[in-house]
Design a protein around this ligand. Structure first.
Ligand SMILES: C[S@@+](CC[C@H](N)C(=O)[O-])C[C@H]1O[C@@H](n2cnc3c(N)ncnc32)[C@H](O)[C@@H]1O
Length: 337
């Protein structure tokens, strides 16, 4: 079922779930096969739009926030310590006197999480597997001073929240992209993977930009972006940028594309963003993106655009500019627009 530690615990009967238990899974990875619990009452909390859509397509009851009450909560530990603590607190709240199961990779901090939980309550069981740990305990009020983090100001008028990309303040790559934005950029465009709104606020400051389609998969980041971008020229979309369709063809796309799937470096996601930009742009439209120097985007750009050049760069980042999409899936209708 692709939660290997939980699977192992259930298969070996190290952990037994009460019969007819109402279950909640807080932010499992998108590959989790929720149908393994078919017949049970299962709610899934999911912040990431592609994952949300996948769980919904499997027929699961899915929401960005699960309120309960349930009997058993499985928490997939996120990397952010504040968010991890918030999810554990939420778990005890939605399963009063129920069972809380915490599941995480070593690289996401499962050992310190176990230590912090152990300091407050008795652990009923634990096991190690697949470079991580699973532990479980009875919900109580032991974590009532831990809370789910909320959007809050961090620096220079920006609101972010733990768990989102570059939560401590503007990303260095995005700052380099902003410095390289051509002041002549005009018309309507999109910020794909807009995060909490850093690039879009700068795009809106350009004199000829009229409208920004803001596309972001992380619901928490989108919530922050709405607070950071109080401007009627922005349309917000909680969506997967690789499949999202614009209401009309665009003059430009700007992006600092994601380069990780969960914790694994994955250039194919950025390449899918490039393909999406080519699909969304007008025939003379332009794409501007920033990437870490080592990321292999040039071949995809050359396959999708007639003109490609490096606008600026240094040892760490490159700002790439591509013009005139030649995406094979452009229809004759969209060419005429
Ligand atoms: C490298 S960050 C850049 C964020 C923001 N533009 C900035 O400059 O700070 C990439 C963003 O893409 C978002 N993202 C990842 N996969 C996505 C997808 N399939 N569709 C839309 N956004 C996605 C991430 O949540 C993250 O906010």
């Amino acid at each position: 079922m692709t939660l290997p530690r939980l699977d192992h615990a259930l298969q070996t009967a190290a952990l037994e779930l009460p019969p007819d238990a109402r279950l909640a899974f807080l932010e499992p990875n998108a590959e989790f096969d929720v149908t393994a619990f078919e017949g049970a009452s299962v709610q899934v909390q999911q912040n990431d739009k592609p994952g949300y859509d996948r769980f919904a397509a499997l027929g699961a009851t899915v929401a960005t926030h699960v309120d309960g009450p349930v009997d058993v909560v499985h928490v997939t530990l996120p990397r952010s310590r504040e968010l991890a603590r918030g999810l554990i607190a939420q778990a005890q709240e939605i399963a009063p006197e129920g069972l809380v199961i915490v599941d995480g990779a070593k690289t996401d901090g499962i050992d310190p999480a176990l230590k912090a939980v152990k300091a407050r309550t008795e652990i009923d069981g634990q096991l190690s597997k697949a470079h991580g740990k699973l532990f479980w305990f009875r919900a109580s009020d032991a974590f009532s001073d831990w809370t789910l983090p909320a959007p809050a100001p961090v620096t220079e008028g920006w609101i972010t929240q733990p768990g989102v990309f570059s939560a401590d303040g503007p990303d260095a790559g995005s700052q380099a992209l902003v410095a390289a934005l051509p002041p002549s950029l005009k018309g309507q465009g999109a910020d794909l993977g807009g995060g909490w709104g850093f690039l879009t606020r700068h795009l809106l400051a350009l004199p000829k930009v009229t409208h920004v389609e803001f596309v972001e998969a992380d619901h928490r980041a989108l919530t922050c972006a709405k607070l950071n971008l109080d401007d009627d020229r922005v349309a917000f979309h909680w969506a997967d940028a690789t499949t999202w369709g614009a209401p009309a063809s665009l003059d430009w796309v700007v992006t600092n594309p994601p380069f990780h799937t969960s914790r694994t470096p994955d250039a194919s996601l950025g390449q899918a963003f490039i393909a999406s930009a080519a699909r969304l742009l007008k025939p003379k439209g332009q794409l501007i993106l920033v990437a870490n120097r080592h990321l292999p985007y040039e071949t995809t750009l050359a396959a999708r655009f007639v003109h490609v050049k490096e606008l600026e760069g240094d040892a760490r980042f490159k700002i790439l500019h591509a013009e005139q999409p030649r995406s094979p899936d452009r229809s004759g209708a969209s060419r005429r627009r």
